[in-house]
Structures are given as C-alpha cells and as structure tokens.
Write a protein that binds this ligand. Structure first.
Ligand code: ZN
Ligand code: ZN
Length: 465
C-alpha cells in the first residue's frame, strides 16, 4: 500500500493557498465545461428518475437473491439505453443468507413483544426459538471482558448507543458490536444475543446489517438480532425493575449454498488515454427490509446521472470514465473484492476513484487521498465545487466502502462527503424508502460528481505522485 505521511500531516495547511492558485491550473475551456456541467446537473432529473425506477421496479435486492439479479438486469438495460459503452456484468459468487421468521418477547415478569430483526449472517434458533434470562452489557468491551462460559443458557443484551454525527464517524464505533456480539456470546455459552440497533433514530424500526464474516472452521455464533431503539429502552427499563427478565427469541434465517452476484460496469471511453480509468462507484445491492433508496439507490442515481452528463459533452474526456455498480456490498464487500481481483492487472491504470454510498444528503466537503504533487490539482477541482457549498477536507479520504481494496492497492481516491446527520436514522431499516430523498440535494450531488469526474478525466495529473 502507498502512503503519503507528509501529505497527511500537512494537507490542511496546504489546501488553502493552493486553492487560490486553482484557476491557473485548469484551462479556461475546461473550467467552463465543468461549470456548465454543474449548471446542467442542477436542472437534471435523471438521478431521481433512476432511484425511483430502481426502488419501485426492483425494490429490495439482497445480495445473491433473484431480486439482486433483477437489479443487475435493470442496470444493464438502463445503462445501455443511456448510451454507455462496454455495458456488462462481471459475475462472482456470494454466500447466500436469507431472512426467516423473527420475533422476540419478554416472557417474565412483564410479558410483551419486542421489535427485532436478525443480523445478516445470524444462525437460526429453530422454529421454537430459544428462551433465557437476559444479561445486559453497556458496551461490547464489557461483553468481551466477561469470562468464557460464564453465561450458559442466558441471552446477552449489548445496550451500546451510537452517536449522531454529520460525517458518520459514530458508525465505525457502534458497528463493532454488530460485527462481534454473536461470537462473543457464543464464547460465553449464551443461547442467543440482542444488540441495541446500530442507528440514531428513536423509531420502532430495528436496523439489520452484516455480522463479521467468519473464515472456515470457526463457529457460527449464537442467533443474534437487533432491537429497535425504543425496544432496547423498554428492555433496559424492565431490567431496572426486576431481579430477572426472561426473553424468548425466534430467528429462522438460512445460510444457503453460494449464489451468483455481479458488478455492473459501463464506460465512456477516453478520447486520448482510454486505458486510464476514472472510476465512479455505488452499490446495487441493498438490505431486504426497505427498498434501498438512500442505501444505495441514491448513489446509483448520482453516479449514473453524473456520468450521463459527461456522455452528452461534444467530445469525451481524455481518460475513460467507468461507472461500477457493485454487487454484494452489504454482505461484506464481496463485489469490491471481486472487482479488485478481476482487474488486478489494470489497477495501476485506475487514476482515481470515488464512491457515493452515504445516502442522499448534500455534499459539504471534498476529501482526497492523492500524492503531494497532485494536491494542486485537487485544490483546483475543489475550487470548482465551491459554489455548490463544498469546502476543503483532508487528504486522508477512504473513498467509500467498495474502494477499500483499490485504496489498499494504491489507487488514489476522492471522498465527496455528504451530510450524514440523518443517514443512520434510516440505514438498514424498513424506513429506507424513496420518500426520504430530497431531489434538490440529489441534484447537488450529481453536479459535484459530474464536475469531479470530468476534471479528473480531463487533466493530465498523475494523482499517485
Ligand atoms: Zn451502502
Ligand atoms: Zn448499507
């Protein structure tokens, strides 16, 4: 992996003066074209039309299912109709986990139902479920500190909250319990586990999401579900009022033989350097509870609509713009890994990559992870984005989940950072639906992506240096 330690330390100091030199770096007609793309995007309704079409005509699209296959068919048809070149599916296999029945209830001393949903990858309780006394932990760290075998026959409850932030940084902390609780509870001898949902809302929608995927030879963890935030509050109050609270948990998901998934790729071939690739990503799969509008139908609409605006230019940009709609992101970045493997030989020709996968809020910050000599160019790009309300960020971008393996292989990335204040109210719940998307905010995203993709594909800058 390439690292730029000096840049990491100095980027914030460097960006301000560089921005003043920005205009000098871009030829006047290039700058004018970027400004024109922004103006066109703010009046363009394609992104909203695409996310409306995807969420209505396909709906939920869990990785490896027939629904996800329909989403690939949808994407191929739409990208072909829009006139992109080299539209194709790049297939791979994915473990197939499907949801079954899911319910929970307090048996004693205050009998009543609780709203739960199974975590992706959870094992089954069998149709009769499991029942046990609840043992609560305030954090994953507290659960991890408990001795092996100390909770035989019990049900673990990890009641750790998530902090609401604009940039989503609360998620990285909170998601650790979703990934690890099933396996920690198994180590303790528990028969099941509950977590407070990884989310920031106070609605009665539990949030699903993938558990840590196991390597061969490990146990599968105990059956594990997320409680909605109000139900976690309810269970906490019950525990405060009783010496012992007993819960029954029924989860009947199934792990089926590996199934087919795939990444959908479309291109605008570059006019001078077609082998050089500027990648714009989003993920096509979505959890099964909602219709995947903000996660990540919005991203699909944004990057496709932005690329379509570039396609409408009188001549293609110098470099190839490649749209990649990744499959099987939610279940462990399976499509991202497949892409990096299938394109391993060409990764050194991926000049920069960006992914839209943080909902439909406005972009407010432009991050990068590029070499020091490229900072002048990224400052120039940022100056073009400035009228959209986008300010300077860091040079420590991560670039979106599906870019993980590309970043690790040294591909420069950009982060067009959206306002995620409300994102985790909806994330992975039945409430992730189309009505949550503001068309004007979506258009602002399209404008930023269109200008960014065009400039990254038009300049001669090597973003690695
Ligand atoms: Zn996502
Ligand atoms: Zn997601």
């Amino acid at each position: 992996m390439r690292r730029f330690p000096l840049v990491l330390a100095c980027s914030l100091l460097l960006l301000a003066p560089l921005a003043r030199a920005a205009d000098a770096l871009l030829a006047p007609q290039v700058r004018a074209t970027a400004d024109g793309l922004i103006a066109a995007a703010l009046d363009d309704e394609l992104a909203m039309e695409l996310v409306t079409s995807l969420t209505t005509e396909v709906g939920p699209r869990l990785a490896g299912t027939a629904q996800e296959a329909r989403a690939r068919d949808w994407a191929v048809a739409r990208l072909t109709d829009l006139g992109f070149a080299n539209v194709r599916v790049e297939p791979f296999e994915v473990p197939l986990w499907v949801r079954g029945d899911e319910r929970a209830e307090i048996l004693e001393p205050f009998p009543q139902p609780l709203a739960v949903t199974a975590l992706g990858g959870s094992t089954s309780t069998g149709p009769k479920g499991v029942a046990g006394e609840i043992v609560a932990f305030p954090s994953l760290a507290a659960l991890q500190a408990a001795p092996d075998g100390s909770l035989a026959g019990r049900i673990v409850f990890v009641d750790e909250p998530m902090t609401r932030t604009q940039d989503g940084s609360g998620y990285g902390v909170a998601v650790a319990k979703r990934r690890a609780t099933a396996y920690e509870a198994e180590r303790l001898g528990a028969v099941g586990a509950l977590i407070r949902s990884v989310g920031t809302d106070s609605h009665r929608f539990p949030h699903t999401g993938q558990m840590r995927r196991l390597t061969e030879g490990q146990g599968g963890g105990v059956p594990t579900a997320a409680l909605s935030a109000p139900d976690a509050d309810q269970l906490r109050r019950a525990l405060a009022r009783a010496d012992s609270v007993t819960v029954r948990l029924v989860l009947t998901p199934q792990l089926l033989p590996p199934s087919r998934s795939g990444n959908v790729v479309a291109e605008i071939p570059g006019r001078e350097a077609p082998e050089d690739i500027v990648l714009a990503g989003a993920h096509l799969d979505a959890w099964d509870l909602g219709t995947g509008a903000v996660d990540d139908g919005a991203g699909v609409g944004i990057v496709v609509a932005a690329a379509r605006l570039l396609k409408a230019l009188p001549e293609a940009p110098r470099r190839t713009v490649r749209v990649v709609l990744f499959g099987a992101e939610e279940v462990g970045l399976v499509g991202a890994k497949a892409y990096a493997e299938q394109h391993a030989e060409a990764l050194d020709r991926h000049v920069i990559a960006a992914e839209s996968d943080f909902g439909a809020g406005r972009i407010w910050r432009f991050d990068t992870a590029v070499g020091p000599e490229a900072l002048a160019t990224t400052a120039a790009i940022r100056a073009v984005l400035h009228p959209l309300g986008i300010g300077p960020g860091s040079n420590t971008a991560r670039g979106g989940p599906d870019l993980k393996y590309l970043r690790e292989a040294g591909v420069p990335v950009a982060g067009l950072i959206q306002n995620g204040w409300d994102y985790f109210d909806l994330h992975h719940t039945p409430d992730d639906t189309l009505d949550k998307i503001d068309p004007a905010a979506l258009a602002q995203n399209v404008a930023a992506y269109a200008a960014f993709l065009y400039l990254a594909a038009e300049v001669e800058t090597d973003f690695r240096n």
